[in-house]
Design a protein around this ligand. Structure first.
Ligand SMILES: *Cc1c(COP(=O)(O)O)cnc(C)c1O
Length: 360
């Protein structure tokens, strides 16, 4: 069977050269005589893997020296709790820009540790835009501001970020490594790996040094960033294979020219799809132009039966996982870093054909 074009929102497509490399090294990594999965995390071979993965991550994102890079478990969802446990310590107050499901879930956890203040929200229009934060009233005394840089479900993405004096905590699960960012603009960046970094099971956390070490004494060992900083992400057994795979992805991104190159490719893919949507008689994009994500592209026909037919016929044509999230309906094409331009071209070709056959 041939490989399909997989538009899944997560876990998602991985670069083929990475999968090929992993396959090549599966039975015998280097001269170890075993797979990476079978190795002790205390072995020299694994230490080299995690160190190189971290170095390449720093290189790609141009991470300043006063930031720590951690590979944790529990997904982005555990960070929703770990961040307030470690950072909501001074005034026990946090500002949020509410952009949908992933901020809602994070707010629920933050509320366990103090006051949550929503400074702006796009709830009134099913989160189809990024709210105007330039005129928002940020708290003077919040411990930090929490944002979601790319909203996977609704397909909205920030193009710039608020200018505030408090640390910005950003959930970048679905657009990390898709373009260059200025890490110094943030206090904490976190991302579940399964969208743009590798297989599920690893969570990347990039945290400014001064935000580590302030957790109250009743914070459990595994939930305290200090533990993982001191142990170089190896306090307990880390997700070794996931870290190795992330390392292969990072090398692959560097080979392609780094994040500037990725941004160009990602823009090209997204423009191809949005341009077609904007000129179509059948489909429409659900997000306002200026807030459209280059990673997740939701669209609808306006007729649930036609949507369902589209998803099923697309799958038969080798274009899979195009069903939209249940809260938005319609379709969603997730076109992360690893989705090739050819995949988007093939999708647009299919959409044109389907439009011809289905416009009354
Ligand atoms: C997928 C996703 C999450 C959830 O990640 P888990 O690793 O499943 O906990 C959180 N935030 C965003 C923006 C996501 O896209």
């Amino acid at each position: 069977m041939e490989r399909v074009f997989n538009f899944s929102a997560g876990p998602s497509v991985l670069p083929e050269p990475v999968l090929a490399k992993a396959a090549e090294q599966m039975m015998n990594f280097g001269s170890s005589g075993m797979s990476v999965m079978e190795m002790s995390h205390r072995s020299v071979a694994f230490k080299d893997i995690i160190d190189e993965t971290k170095e390449n991550c720093k290189k790609l994102l141009n991470i300043p020296d006063n930031y720590k890079v951690l590979f944790l478990q529990g997904g982005a969802s555990l960070q929703f709790a770990m961040i307030p446990m470690n950072l909501m310590v001074k005034n026990k107050k946090v500002d949020f820009i509410d952009t949908g499901a992933w901020t809602t879930k994070a707010m629920k956890e933050a509320k366990l540790f103090g006051e949550v203040n929503v400074v702006a929200s796009s709830k009134d229009k099913t989160f189809s835009y990024i709210p105007d934060f330039k005129n928002a009233q940020f708290s003077k005394d919040a411990d930090y501001l929490h944002i979601v840089s790319n909203n996977t479900i609704y397909g909205t993405e920030y193009t710039d970020i608020p200018q505030v004096d408090i640390p910005i905590v950003a959930d970048m699960s679905s657009n990390i490594m898709s373009k260059p960012i200025n890490v110094a603009d943030y206090g904490v960046i976190f991302a579940g790996a399964q969208k743009n970094i590798g297989p599920a099971g690893v969570t990347l956390v990039i945290i400014r040094e001064d935000l580590v070490g302030n957790a109250p004494e009743n914070v459990p060992t595994m939930l305290n960033y200090t533990t993982h900083v001191k142990a170089n992400s190896m306090f307990n057994t880390p997700p070794t294979y996931g870290i190795y795979m992330a390392g292969l992805v990072f090398k692959h991104l560097l080979d392609l020219g780094g994040l500037k190159a990725m941004e160009q490719i990602n823009k090209q893919k997204a423009e191809l799809l949005y341009d077609y949507l904007d000129n179509s008689k059948l489909y429409s994009a659900t997000v306002e132009k200026q807030f459209r994500s280059n990673m997740n592209v939701p669209f609808v026909t306006g007729d649930a039966d036609v949507d369902a037919k589209f998803v099923s016929e697309a799958a038969k044509a080798g274009l899979v996982n195009l069903k939209g999230h249940r809260s938005v309906g319609g379709m969603r094409a997730s076109i992360y870093n690893a989705m090739p331009l050819d995949g988007v071209k093939k999708l647009v070709e299919f959409m044109k054909q389907f439009e011809k056959e289905n416009v009354k």
